[in-house]
Design a protein around this ligand. Sequence first.
Ligand code: ATP
Ligand code: MG
Length: 418
Amino acid sequence: MVIDPQHIIPRNQHRVSKTDISANALKVLNRLNSAGFQAYLVGGSVRDLLLHKAPKDFDVATNATPSQIRALFRNARIIGRRFKLAHIIYGRDIIEVATFRGEEIEAADQRTNVRGMLIRDNVFGTFEQDAWRRDFTINSLYYNIQDGSIVDFTGGVLDINERLIRIIGEPIKRYQEDPVRMLRAIRFSAKLNFNIATETASPMLQLNTLITHISGSRLFDEITKLYQCGASEVAHNLLIQYKLFPILFTQTYALFDSDYPVHQLLLIIIRSTDRRILENKPVTPAFLFAVFLWFPLRAKTKQLKADGLPALAALEKAMSEVIAEQNRVITVPKRYTQIMREMWIMQYRLPKRTGNRAFQMLQHPRFRAAYDLLIMRAEAGDEDTTLADWWTTFQAQDVTEQMRMVQDVSQRTEGVIR
Ligand code: ATP
Ligand code: MG
């Protein structure tokens, strides 16, 4: 296959070098090439190498079909429902290998639903077609290990130099095909500190509601990636600017102008997440969603109590309703909502410290997360700082002093479900 030389950037005219590429990715590329297939490094890895950043993972594009890939690699797993991919597994390191995908030209109406969204997208295509169906120009650069060149059909190198997120093709059509591209544009803009090109940005305000047609579990993955991109403060502001936030977090947004310190709390969790990512500390979506939904939970509990439910019953019902409502758009997996519930219940237990309670609470597997939420609430002005300080001190004392602290609490009033 001959590639128009105008799309080829030779090895001496860019800064990607073979030595930057993981040994496993090289192995995959070499084996595909040796078997006579075209194979390129593509996507985030080429983009990040051009930006002198360490790639998160290495993706490969090839003209070998999934079954041909499987025949070449003992350690290949074919995955995916919407489109089939191969994962080549080297322990914890996975190289994702995708067969070139084609454009949705002929009989497009059969593969898109009434809203123009792609429902079937597994048509193999040529190298160049693969480039045009990717999302952004900066993600559509291909590195050829055989001669060290980069193949750029869509103008991605120029956009990398100008630090621009530009969607490939006709923006409205591309967002209609897959509305998740709006969230990806925002994530890459924040993470890379790139601007979004005007034509790429402007349709988003008018197409934002399309996001509700995406499955809740895919949205959960995308939103988690967005808030864990390390620059989530910027990403969050873009979600608000493009009016995506009210669609994604309706209950939280509804309280933006309330008396609850919603903005303060969101800013605290967002900045803390960015800091933790920067320091390579672990983060969990359970914590993020527990914080985002904290005030909706407070408001709902209050309302149910006013309706006459006893405090604990109101809290239980409010937790279920708030989670169910959130799940209508972003489906939070059970393993996380379970943790969120425990963190929430503990907010109402942390003020009650008499007898054995404080000591039991320290042993609770969710104590640390619940305590961290308490600290953030205190910082936001949602809880008395003396309670947060009490727990901070309590953890640092020996048992004798801890018992004295508990004695001291008994003299005072204890918290109730508000
Ligand atoms: P990251 O650094 O987050 O891994 P990435 O660009 O590699 O960034 P992936 O989600 O790993 O992102 O996807 C790999 C590549 O697949 C992208 O670079 C892009 O070319 C293509 N791609 C991913 N999602 C879409 C989409 N929704 N529409 C079109 N192309 C996509
Ligand atoms: Mg990737």
